[in-house]
Write a protein that binds this ligand. Structure first.
Ligand code: G
Ligand code: G
Ligand code: NA
Ligand code: MN
Length: 255
């Protein structure tokens, strides 16, 4: 249909780009990596956010295509930073439920990283908590185990909102929980928020999982998450998502 044709053209002509938001290691402030977030530079409507186009992409059956575009941009950025001597351990790409159901996912990612002469440790795969929630199919379990075994990092996005049980979480070979920003907001001024954060961080530690807090917006929230022992931080308090050129300038300013 018309929608699909328009989206395909937009994908083919480079209207979709990845924006980069840093993830910082709490203990020393070092760069842990960058999350790649898709943006659509629409010729008439301007810059569009995932909420404006992801549903249409899914409906048109183009999520795999968008995934390919974002992966390509992520790996291109890593290669660019490597050549510039800017130390970025990894990039994190968002994968949809559809991606995780593809039995060829692990082989495809291995092949892509190989093509860029990058080791699998340079790519983190972000998956939504809802994808691993009860009833996830065997192929999803198999893919995540395969990704971990190959050395990719697998991070659970929006943790705390998707109703995955601890039993489910333990079934998957995950590296990191990304604590949803609804738990992070006002963590400095709201004791109930702090209690939940402390519980999540303690549980993660006992399960052998790293933690990252997303949506850290203020210095107060940043200080609280640091005091609570959260491993990684991401949010406007550190930097907003940026186009590649701005992310590169941001890295250069820090060294
Ligand atoms: O900046 P923000 O509005 O970028 O992103 C909103 C949501 O869209 C986030 O939860 C993020 O996980 C998701 N998202 C961003 N880019 C992509 C993408 O390339 N693929 C998928 N599947 N989700 C994405
Ligand atoms: O994948 P996911 O839901 O985690 O993507 C993060 C989303 O949150 C993106 O839409 C990104 O632009 C947005 N975001 C990143 N940092 C902040 C922040 O500090 N505050 C708010 N409100 N949103 C943020
Ligand atoms: Na994400
Ligand atoms: Mn998230």
């Amino acid at each position: 249909d018309a929608d699909r044709g328009l989206l395909e053209t937009a994908l083919d002509t480079g209207q979709f780009t990845g924006w980069f938001q840093p993830q910082i290691r709490t203990e020393d402030g070092a760069i842990g990596g960058f999350e790649v977030l898709s943006r659509w530079q629409h010729p008439e409507r301007g810059l569009l956010l995932p909420q404006d186009f992801l549903p249409a992409i899914e409906r048109a059956g183009l999520s795999e295509r968008l995934g390919e575009v974002m992966l390509f941009q992520a790996l291109t950025a890593l290669r660019h930073w490597d050549r510039a001597g800017l130390c970025v351990p990894c990039v994190a790409v968002n994968f949809s439920a559809t991606d995780l159901r593809n039995p060829r996912l692990v082989d495809r990612l291995k092949w892509e990283l190989d093509r860029f002469e990058l080791t699998p440790a340079r790519l983190s795969v972000e998956i939504l908590e809802t994808v691993v929630a009860e009833g996830a199919s065997d192929v999803v379990v198999h893919n995540i185990a395969g990704l971990s075994a190959c050395g990719f990092g697998v991070d659970l996005d929006d943790f705390g909102t998707g109703h995955a049980s601890i039993t489910t979480i333990r079934r998957f070979a995950l590296r990191r929980l990304k604590i949803d920003r609804s738990f992070v907001t006002r963590a400095d001024s709201d004791a109930a928020q702090r209690t939940m954060l402390a519980a999540i961080i303690s549980m993660a530690r006992q399960l052998g999982l790293e933690t990252l807090a997303e949506g850290v917006e203020t210095p107060g929230e940043l200080a609280t998450l640091t005091a609570l022992g959260c491993g990684y931080l991401q949010g406007y308090a550190i930097a907003r998502p940026m186009p590649l050129s701005d992310a590169t300038a941001w890295l250069e300013n820090r060294r």
